[in-house]
Design a binder for this molecule. Structure first.
Ligand SMILES: [Zn+2]
Length: 159
């Protein structure tokens, strides 16, 4: 019987998930972009767990390029995020009507590529530059390992 490979988290992905989330929330001014749930929370404070960076194309199944594509992620409150997952079809129709060009872009056929270290670093650079443009304070990121910590210090130097 083949030995099951232990599941290892990819620190690049964790870090980029973290970085893209704060970029998107800052871009959207911590305000729910969907307002689809009757219980929509509207604008929340930075750091509130109920304000979330939500993927239009699920980050678990989309290609890596879309996972950190700013067009594929919106800020939404937990209520609207849950509403979206409970009603994926009507969400798709709504989104298509709201943002037809983004909808078309997200639905373009893409071939899944393997990313190497340089691909991750390029994406990180793009997101760091965006975060500087948006005045994101990178120090708010949790430092969970050396790899991330290294970049947090570097991003400070850039400013
Ligand atoms: Zn909402």
């Amino acid at each position: 019987m083949a030995k099951k490979k232990p599941f290892k988290r990819n620190p690049f992905r964790d870090w980029l998930d973290c970085l893209v989330a704060v970029v998107v929330k800052t871009r959207d001014n911590f305000t729910c972009q969907w307002r689809l749930s009757p219980d929509c929370q509207g604008t929340l404070m930075p750091g509130d767990n109920n304000i979330q960076a939500c993927h239009i194309k699920s980050k678990g199944t989309c290609v890596l390029a879309l996972r950190w594509d700013l067009l594929n992620i919106d800020t939404a409150c937990g209520q609207c995020h849950a509403h979206m997952h409970a009603n994926p079809d009507s969400f798709g129709v709504w989104f298509h009507g709201e943002r037809p060009y983004v909808y078309e872009y997200l639905n373009e056929p893409r071939i899944a590529q393997k990313w190497n270290v340089d691909d991750y670093l390029d994406k990180e650079k793009e997101l760091l530059l965006k975060s500087i443009e948006l005045n994101v304070d990178c120090i708010v990121f949790p430092v969970r390992n050396d790899w991330r910590g290294r970049f947090i210090r570097r991003s400070q130097k850039l400013r």
